[in-house]
Design a protein around this ligand. Structure first.
Ligand SMILES: Cc1ncc(COP(=O)(O)O)c(C=O)c1O
Length: 364
């Protein structure tokens, strides 16, 4: 069993992807073109937004959301320290300052009750992460943003299709950022990402940013970047978009079994009442995490540690002046968290092998 098996198993999908390659070879449209245009339309419809803008990675998607909303030098953006480095890195790279708030001990999401205390006259935005496929607590975040005049950028890199109160993530804030990195629920065969938004103004600005600020070839309005998506990635994503609901349902089924069998024995991530998780990862919390991981490996069950060092303790963010103990919940979660194998490629036999393995090592 692999922790994540990224082979294309569905033979029908494999044929569809081969057709994308053949068509790309035939047409020689390698960047932009019909696959990209169609994927943007279909993805926007699937997320439930006016616009989706394809970009080269999830990191670019996050950066361009903030950039298009005018966030830069001297601004502060409130976010979580328990996430992948890209979330806060892009804030710093735009000349703004990430301001961390601690996470909820049960959901591991940014603690909405801690946001207001972190607001200063420089705060411009809140950047929640829909962690491990589960939506962050969006209603209170949106309300705080409304009261204080802040923008909301959703990091939806891990949560394609997750739903909060009837809305898909990426359609709730001002902007959503998706990653299609190969390990993600909806994945390309390389690097890719997308920005989602209801605002044509934001979408149009992202289109300029990702294309050197050009509004037509060789006419640049401001310095931007090359952040475009390859046609092959868009073609692959377009084909996979037809399967994503089925794949997410399988993840939910597996999570249901894990939750039923394991939650009486060990702490598992709580998903909010109004939320549907798409279980990018299924995570447990245990004080002897490292022992559990090693013994699971001996049982043939690969498990992975996620975010062993919260961002406020990473060297990359040392200029912010945070110290150990500043965000005790995030620190504790990162010491105890272990992700179990999860993915639509798992059959029932594998799922129960994981369950039996975890039960066995927990008994010791
Ligand atoms: C929460 C989160 N944000 C941002 C990213 C960045 O996405 P990418 O690797 O596509 O740049 C990732 C994934 O790697 C992620 O998990």
């Amino acid at each position: 069993m692999e922790f994540m098996d990224l082979h294309i198993r569905e033979s029908e999908l494999q044929r569809e992807i081969e057709e994308v390659f053949r068509q790309t070879l035939r047409t020689a449209r390698y960047v932009g073109g019909p696959f990209v245009e169609e994927f943007e339309k279909e993805f926007a419809r699937w997320v439930g937004v006016e616009r989706a803008v394809s970009v080269g990675s999830g990191t670019q998607a996050l950066k361009y959301c903030l950039w298009a909303l005018g966030i830069g030098e001297g601004d502060e953006v409130i976010t979580t320290p328990l996430t992948f480095v890209a979330t806060a890195e892009v804030i710093l790279l735009l000349g703004a300052k990430p301001v961390f708030v601690d996470v909820n001990p049960e959901t591991f999401q940014m603690d909405e009750n801690k946001i207001e205390a972190a607001i200063t006259p420089r705060t411009r935005a809140v950047l929640p992460v829909h962690l491990f496929g589960a939506p962050a607590e969006m209603d209170p975040i949106m309300e705080i943003a409304r009261v204080h005049g802040l923008r909301v950028v959703e990091d939806a890199a891990q949560a394609h299709g997750a739903v909060y109160k009837g809305k898909k993530v990426g359609s709730i804030g001002d902007c959503g950022a998706f990653s299609f990195y190969p390990t993600k629920n909806l994945s390309a065969m390389g690097e890719a990402g997308a920005v989602t938004t209801h605002s044509h103004e934001v979408a149009d600005t992202v289109v300029l940013i990702k294309n050197h600020g050009q509004d037509r070839p060789y006419h640049s309005r401001f310095p931007g970047e090359n952040g475009r998506m390859d046609a092959i990635q868009a073609g692959v994503l377009l084909k996979k978009l037809r399967y994503i609901d089925r794949w997410n349902r399988r993840r939910m089924e597996i999570a249901e079994v894990y939750r039923r069998e394991l939650s009486p024995l060990v702490q598992v991530q709580r998903v909010g009442q109004n939320s549907t998780s798409v279980y990018h990862l299924f995570v447990i919390l245990h004080p002897e995490r490292d022992r559990i991981k090693e013994e699971l490996a001996e049982e043939g069950v690969p498990a992975r540690v996620y975010y062993p060092i919260p961002l406020h303790l990473q060297r990359a963010f040392s200029s912010l002046g945070y110290h150990r103990g500043d965000f005790p919940v995030a620190e504790e979660v990162s010491r105890k968290l272990l992700a179990l194998p999860m993915g639509p490629w798992m059959d029932d036999e594998e799922v129960f092998r994981v369950v039996d393995g975890v039960k066995k090592v927990l008994k010791k």
